[in-house]
Each structure stands twice: as C-alpha cells, then as structure tokens.
Design a protein around this ligand. Structure first.
Ligand code: HPA
Length: 284
C-alpha cells in the first residue's frame, strides 16, 4: 500500500482530469508547443541550466503535481530553448520507493502527454551489471524488464489515455536510439546500449539478485524509468531512455554501494551527458 498518492485523489476527480488541469496550467504558463520533455535523474539536474530564455516552475506551484524529495532531485520544471527546440526539463522525479503509488509516480508523464508533448527523454542513474556498463558509462536503453512488482496501468483503463493492453514491443524509439548513436559518434564519446531492469528499491540489490538479473539479460539496474516509459507509450509518445552508470552493481566489486558514489559519478559524467542530450535535441 502506498503512504501517499496525489494529494487530492479522494476528491472525485479522475487521473485524466487531473493531468488535463496540470497540462492546461502549463499551457497558460508558456509550456505549450514543447518539442521534447527531459526527465533528469539523480544528480543530472544541471542540464536545465543549459536552456536559453528559460523560466522555472516549482512543482509545488503546479496543480496536482507530487513533490520530489530525494537528495539530487530539485523538484522544478524548467522550460526554455536549446538548439532551436522548445524543451521542458523536469528536474526531479518521484519514485515508488518513497511510498508513492504508480499513478503518482507517473503523473508528470500524464500531464506532459496531455500537454501534447510528442516525445520524452528519460534519464536515470543506474548500477552497471554487464562489463561494458562500467562506472561513468552512458547507456542507451534498448528495452526494459519491469521487476517493480507493479504497473502504472493497473486499474480501470481510461481510453482517452490509450489502449487497455498497449503493445510494449518497442518502448524505446529506434529512431531516437539511432540519433543518440549518431551524436555520440560525432562527439567521439562512446555510448553503450542495453537492457534496464527496474526494481522497487530503496535498498540496493544483493549480489545474488544482480547475478539473477544478469541471467535474465539485464545490463543495468535502477529504481525508476520503466513506469514512466510504460505510461508515455500508453499515451503514444516517443521515448528515449539514457542511463548514467554511476556505480558497478552489487557484488561486481567487493565494495559496498553508497548514494554518494551515485551522486559523485553523475557529477563527473554530466559534461558528456549534457553534450549528448544537446546533440540529440538538436536533431529531433
Ligand atoms: N541499483 C539500483 N539503483 C541504482 C543503482 C544501483 O546499483 N545505482 C544508481 N541507481
């Protein structure tokens, strides 16, 4: 059971109306017509400083919007321009491990979808499982395995969002993945590709779990992204996922895992990460 949902979930208004109200609020504050939304993972929020003509909206000012509370997640939406594109940067996300239900975790995606934003770039910090996903690598998500034990589409389906049984054979857009490759090649900054396994957290995994995930075909592990990707696809948005491999997953090396290492690696990689994002957005 969740300890908190969206604050007014008992008020009788449904997810669709809540998302629409938030979208209308955003439209009235200059966010209509965005080409792309970028969800910034742990320690990756600095990307928002690179937007031109930018404006900031605190999540707390947005109707129905849940607050981001994890260290490294600012809790603000920054709008602006980059390489001729209109960008909405979501600096901070809410996670299921905070006790939020999946509808709350994916509310921002619903609102962005209702705003009519055609595509989203989901970024995260992740632990590297496969040898090519070593600390500091950037990994384009080719596919995910949802082991969170929940799915944001559970419950009555609102057909205005999308189908009851949406196809998930191509969650992560081949077109956007190819653009990421082109940009990385041009920049001479190699990127990896792989499968992201999403877990609930907040404890890091045991070495036995990581061995199991490796056997399942996972290359990186994290505590976000899959629910947002599912909801974005449910609404027909194009999705790109990029993991910043901030640490070797549990048991790969004998050292214990710390959130500080995650933040430190994200800080070290952010230059390459921001350049990659800028290049991708320039080509959309
Ligand atoms: N496991 C789960 N989530 C993570 C990790 C990890 O090793 N690193 C960053 N997010």
């Amino acid at each position: 059971m969740s300890v908190s949902g969206i604050g007014d979930q008992g008020s009788g208004i449904g997810d669709f109306d809540r998302a629409t109200e938030a979208a209308e609020w955003l439209r009235g504050h200059g966010c209509g017509g965005a080409d792309v939304a970028v969800v910034l993972g742990s320690g990756l929020g600095d990307f928002a400083d690179h937007l031109g003509d930018s404006f900031t909206i605190q999540y707390s000012d947005l109707p129905h919007w849940p607050a981001a509370r994890v260290i490294g997640h600012a809790g603000k939406l920054v709008g602006g321009t980059l390489r001729g594109k209109q960008v909405l940067a979501l600096s901070g996300r809410v996670h299921a491990y905070e006790g939020h239900d999946m509808k709350t975790v994916t509310f921002a995606m619903r609102a962005i979808g209702r705003l009519g934003v055609p595509r989203v770039i989901l970024t995260n910090a992740a632990g590297g499982i496969s040898p090519n996903c070593s600390r500091g690598a950037l990994m384009v998500i080719d596919d995910h395995i949802n082991l969170m034990g929940d799915n944001p589409l559970v419950g009555p389906n609102d057909d205005r969002f999308g189908l009851r049984f949406p196809d998930m054979s191509l969650v992560y857009s081949p077109r956007l993945r190819a653009i990421a490759d082109e940009v990385a090649n041009e920049q001479g900054a190699p990127i990896q590709h792989g499968v992201y396994v999403a877990v609930l957290g907040p404890s890091y995994e045991t070495p036995a779990e990581i061995r199991a995930f490796r056997t399942l075909g996972a290359d990186a592990v994290g505590m976000s992204t899959a629910p947002e990707a599912i909801v974005a696809r449910h609404m027909g948005m194009e999705v790109l996922g990029i993991s910043c491999i901030t640490n070797a997953a549990a048991g790969v090396f004998p050292e214990p895992l710390h959130h500080e290492e995650v933040m430190e690696t994200a800080r070290q990689v952010k230059g390459q990460f921001i350049a990659l994002l800028e290049g991708i957005i320039g080509r959309l």
